[in-house]
Write a protein that binds this ligand. Structure first.
Ligand SMILES: [Ca+2]
Length: 532
């Protein structure tokens, strides 16, 4: 026993030295903040910026003191699935979460469980989602709430105990986060703190201090406000925004919530400074998914156009010095990368099951082999009002292929260099046959590489496989294909629709009725009769 003591002492003191060198890890993410809802991005976009009046001084501070990733994406643009990807570094078809309606499997291996095992103190603050789950597996401490909670006076769960609070939800999360950081002062152990802000998830309710910010402002128009979405069928018709006006109204409370979350970020950065943690703490700021503000006639997220896929992504780690200060990176990073990157900062080996890449070398411009394409997936879920079907896709820096399994006729191909707003579907354009072939091959290669499958834990909507749903196909009879052709159902009812004879029709204006296309009169476009 006596002979072992010096060795034990050496091991212990060695681990203390290593622990002191390892950085603290602060991961902050908002809910539904799109990539360009950051003022430094608006400034960079100039005349193309949709919200030139928007101000996020603390996000801008992170960008100037750290690294801004221009091309950051989520591999599934939805709340709980994106959070599960962050935690596990695995695609949703493997990590147990393919919708908002399941608890996160408590035995999943996550960055938190591995960092905790490696000596980190781990804490989770704020929004977790994952249906109504109470547990926060992998975290020593939590100051969180069930599902969305509410903006005002929410009940927090503090280390398992329901705790009533007063005030605005993200301010309260910030208070808890600072309380946790203070408790770590002098502990000699590194810490991981994850903060999920509720802002700007709808229905939006900004705090009093932000209520009048940006009053009277409008969003600039963009070319894709009227670009119809094929999977929306007849519901996509009749959306016309007057682009000549140059501006269009926008939900300012959405921006006020982001702005108030920016205040909270400022408080967190201030606390890091005051507590002496700033230099040795990696701060990562992002969102769980992007958000449509009228593009393609859409709100919400889920589908695979860029406004939904792209997220803000800011990283600051002062210990890296000047090389990681004020840098802007174009390489494509994913929420899939987070777990491996956090582990990399802590010198903890990542399990081979993780499917991302550590972007740590990119912070200092170190040349490293990096991805040129990545795979997107979405599983239609039982969410009220959502008509988004299953989606798979591949994105490169300059192109995107979007597929809707079972609906080859909806496939989309975009040249993002010439058409960043994704207005012209080139899939059937013979001039782009080479790009199409390349992207289809890459899609299939990546689907195989990531092990794409439809998992058995999907939560399908009521319309799944039924008339009325976007995945439904009419029984083959005489099929007439219309590619966004103007058709007339009766003399007073003209509509634009891309559909087959036999497709379901919901008439949006009163009297509201549901029916099927039976007779059509062709006004324009091409029709292609097909034998059953
Ligand atoms: Ca979200």
């Amino acid at each position: 026993m006596r002979t072992c003591l010096p060795l034990l002492f050496a091991m212990l003191s060695g681990s203390v030295v290593r622990a002191a060198e390892r950085p603290n890890l602060l991961f902050i993410y908002t809910d539904d903040q799109r990539y360009d809802a950051v003022s430094v991005v608006q400034k960079e976009q100039g005349d193309r910026g949709r919200f030139p009046w928007f101000q996020t001084p603390n996000m801008d501070r992170l960008a100037s003191e750290g690294v801004r990733f221009r091309n950051a994406f989520v591999v599934c643009s939805l709340c709980a699935p994106s959070r599960a990807v962050n935690l596990t570094g695995r695609y949703n078809h493997f990590n147990g979460i393919a919708s908002n309606f399941r608890p996160f499997p408590i035995d999943n291996v996550t960055h938190a469980s591995l960092l905790r095992a490696a000596g980190y103190t781990t804490a989770y603050v704020g929004k977790w989602h994952m249906d109504s789950q109470r547990e926060r597996p992998g975290f020593d401490h939590h100051y969180s709430f069930i599902a969305h909670a509410r903006y005002w006076d929410p009940t927090f769960i503090v280390d398992g105990k329901d705790t009533p609070t007063k005030g605005w939800i993200d301010d309260i999360s910030t208070d808890y986060a600072i309380e946790f950081m203070k408790s770590r002062k002098g502990s000699g152990k590194p810490w991981l703190l994850v903060i999920g802000f509720k802002s700007p998830h709808g229905p939006t309710e900004p705090p009093e201090r932000a209520k009048d910010r940006f009053a009277g402002e409008q969003a600039r128009t963009v070319p894709n406000l009227n670009t119809p979405v094929l999977y929306m069928g007849s519901a996509a018709r009749g959306r016309t925004v007057d682009l000549s006006a140059g501006t269009v109204s926008v939900n300012l409370d959405h921006f006020r919530c982001v702005s108030a979350a920016d205040d909270c970020l400022g408080r967190l950065l201030g606390a890091l400074d005051e507590l002496g943690f700033a230099k040795n703490t990696v701060v990562i700021y992002t969102s769980d998914n992007g958000y449509y503000l009228g593009e393609h006639g859409l709100g919400d997220k889920r589908s695979a156009y860029d406004e939904s896929l792209r997220v803000p992504f800011l990283v600051r780690y002062p210990a890296l010095g000047a090389a990681a200060r004020g840098r802007v990176v174009n390489d494509m990073v994913l929420n899939l990368d987070l777990a491996q990157t956090l582990l990399d900062f802590a010198d903890v080996p990542a399990p081979k099951e993780m499917q991302g890449l550590s972007w740590r070398p990119l912070l200092t411009g170190t040349r490293t082999r990096w991805r040129q394409s990545w795979f997107y997936e979405y599983f239609a879920e039982n969410q009220k009002n959502s008509r988004v079907p299953d989606i798979t896709g591949v994105r490169t820096i300059n192109a995107k292929l979007i597929k809707y399994p079972g609906h080859d006729d909806w496939t989309e191909l975009f040249d993002l260099k010439s058409d960043p707003y994704e207005t012209a579907n080139l899939f059937k354009d013979p001039n782009y046959a080479t790009l199409r072939a390349k992207m289809e091959m890459e899609h299939d290669r990546l689907a195989s590489e990531v092990g794409y499958r439809v998992p058995d834990y999907v939560d399908r909507p009521p319309w799944w496989g039924k008339p009325g749903g976007p995945d439904w196909k009419a029984t083959p009879g005489l099929r007439l294909h219309f590619d966004f052709t103007t058709i007339q159902r009766n003399p007073s009812d003209t509509m634009q629709i891309g559909a087959d004879l036999g497709s379901p029709v919901v008439e949006p204006s009163p009297p509201k009725s549901t029916g099927w296309i039976e007779r059509v009169r062709l006004f324009s476009g091409e029709y292609k009769p097909e034998k059953p």
